[in-house]
Design a protein around this ligand. Structure first.
Ligand SMILES: Cc1ncc(COP(=O)(O)O)c(C=O)c1O
Length: 471
């Protein structure tokens, strides 16, 4: 079989056998699929030999680039020992080493010395200053774990009735049913509503489209007050507030105003509900700091991490919680206080080895410090692009950014979603060597943190040209 025949066969087989996620397959079947065969640095290559800049880090996971030698080697070395053994009734070396490393990292970055007044974990008083790592294997499961943990924590403390959660409009926490219950994106979540548990929804801190009709900072973050009103009425039935710190990612890269996150932490403490920070998207440097919570010096009660944890190599997640919560599950075997949750691939040694190598690179290459010129370049470009007639809002936190396209800049009227304006921009960019995946009318720009300044410039030029051509 020649290369052309092989490629045609792959394209046909893809269409015959794969159901792609978040994809209208009728459309997919009419298109020529791009099939990736290779990656290097921040580029991915398709089977026809075309290279693309990976503008969304292979769904926001890639950190140090593809085929990063240190991570490749760490996985190979681990394969020579063992690829998988269970954490149910056993332990494994990389999982132990990674847990220790994550806790140290968290202690440094969240309770770290860089803050003028280091916060104390609100639920870690009385000498219980530690954290524990509960592994799973993707972002959604890290959230499921957090929700179940929070719910059961209150039961173990003898507090009944905390059967609900407070989440945000435009929130996205994954696709499993618990995560969907605390989701707030109508297009994805409404259809499943008969299957979901009850939650309360506070306004999204979406300043460009403030649902309260106010303007920041004159509003004095009135959306927080709305949140407080809900807690005043319902904290007795609320186990936890769940939030994507600083950036509601899948909601459209919605960046919350300064002080909002800290305000949420204060409300949680005041009304005696737990705070779950879902850093699945924001964690591992995306916002310019290791964790988004660092920006406002807060420590959540439960932290969910995944995506970038392995540098974008293998599925792994962790739900990290305080000793206060962990200790509430401790008891006699017959007390049934055990946390009955666990997945087959929990704490997979290959994934943990990749994660350890990923953290080594953060240190060795000073990834966070080196991000600064890229963030400055991106911010300059966002300012420039916001002058375009159909760019309503261009926003970022670190290297997470979104350009919101509008039909009418004065009225902020969006393009009708059926027009697929975001997709048209993405296809134009793809034809010019940049792979993007938009969120409706929002063009998401989230390259690997390791992208060089030249490649970032090239990527931004292609995106600008695409926006101009399409709008
Ligand atoms: C904030 C957040 N939480 C959870 C998830 C779900 O992660 P996964 O797709 O790995 O299940 C995502 C995925 O985009 C996310 O952005």
């Amino acid at each position: 079989m020649g290369i052309h025949d092989e490629n045609s066969h792959l394209e046909e087989s893809d269409k015959n056998y794969i159901w792609h996620p978040f994809t209208q397959m009728k459309d997919w079947l009419e298109e020529k699929p791009v099939i990736i065969s290779e990656g290097r640095d921040c580029f991915i290559k398709d089977i026809c030999g075309r290279w693309y800049l990976d503008g969304v880090s292979s769904m926001w996971v890639n950190i140090h680039g593809h085929r990063k030698k240190e991570i490749d080697d760490a996985i190979k070395e681990q394969i020579e020992r063992i690829s998988h053994s269970t954490l149910l009734g056993l332990s494994n070396i990389p999982a132990i080493q990674l847990a220790e490393r994550l806790i140290k990292l968290l202690s440094q970055s969240l309770i770290g010395s860089q803050l003028p007044n280091p916060p104390t974990p609100p639920l870690a008083k009385g000498g219980e200053g530690g954290f524990k790592v509960f592994y799973s294997d993707n972002g959604s499961t890290s959230v499921e774990v957090a929700l179940k943990m929070a719910f059961q924590y209150w039961l173990h403390k003898g507090v009944t009735g905390k059967n609900s959660f407070l989440s945000l409009k435009n929130a996205y926490h994954g696709d499993t049913l618990g995560a969907v219950s605390v989701g707030g994106i109508e297009t994805y979540h409404k259809v499943f509503s008969p299957l979901l548990f009850k939650t309360y929804n506070a306004p999204s801190p979406y300043c460009y489209r403030c649902e309260l009709g106010l303007t920041y900072p004159d509003c004095k973050t009135a959306c927080l007050k709305k949140k407080e009103e809900i807690l005043i009425k319902h904290s007795y039935e609320t186990a936890a507030v769940i939030i994507e710190p600083l950036v509601q990612a899948a909601g459209g890269i919605i960046v919350s105003p300064e002080g909002y996150l800290k305000g949420v932490r204060d409300l949680c403490t005041k009304y005696n509900v737990l705070m779950i920070a879902d850093e699945v998207a924001t964690g591992f440097g995306r916002t310019g700091r290791m964790f988004a919570c660092e920006h406002e010096g807060i420590v959540p009660d439960i932290l969910c991490i995944s995506k970038g944890i392995t540098g974008g190599y293998l599925p792994l997640a962790a739900t990290i919680t305080t000793d206060e919560i962990y200790n509430a599950f401790s008891g006699e075997f017959r007390d049934l206080k055990t946390f009955f949750h666990g997945h087959s691939y929990t704490g997979n040694p290959l994934a943990c080895a990749a994660a350890l190598a990923c953290l080594d690179i953060f240190e060795k290459e000073e990834t966070l410090r080196n991000l600064k010129p890229n963030i400055e370049l991106l911010e300059g470009w966002l300012k420039e692009i916001s002058e375009l007639p159909h760019v309503g809002d261009a926003r970022n936190k670190g290297l997470m950014s979104g350009v919101e396209l509008v039909k009418d800049k004065n009225t902020k009227e969006p393009y009708a979603w059926e027009e697929k304006t975001g997709w048209k921009v993405a296809y134009h960019a793809r034809d010019n060597g940049v792979f993007l995946r938009p969120l409706g009318n929002v063009i998401v720009i989230m390259p690997p943190l390791s992208i060089s300044i030249e490649n970032l410039k090239q990527m931004l030029k292609v995106i600008k040209d695409a926006i101009i051509a399409v709008t």
